[in-house]
Design a protein around this ligand. Sequence first.
Ligand SMILES: [Zn+2]
Length: 132
Amino acid sequence: MSQSRPRGGTPIASMLVAVLLAIIGIVTLNLGITELGPGGGGFEAALPYLSVTIFAFGFVTFSTLRRRRGYGTPYTTPSKVLSVVRCAQCSFKQIKNFAIGEFVFKAIGNCTQCGNPTLFINEIYAEDVKKH
Ligand SMILES: [Zn+2]
């Protein structure tokens, strides 16, 4: 009954991986610095640790950037801009493609349902075009 369903909305698993890799990166960085320091094995001994560090931090950075892009930023994914047209007099509502020059609350003419000149842009938003 109290079971929670993972629906992909909360990326807990990928967050845990990112945190784990960040920890691995810090640990291997410390090991690498220790090898480079006095008493260590020098650069050749430090290199494997440092390459793991670079990989771990690189992966964390990459996954963070990718997740941020997923939150509907319109400059990377092709998106469709739509206008929601509403009538102030009746319940008429229509969604159409955005045209240049349109803005929210702009009056755009007569209502096709009640005939009053009360049609206006109620909302403008971008819809992500999902490619598969
Ligand atoms: Zn109307």
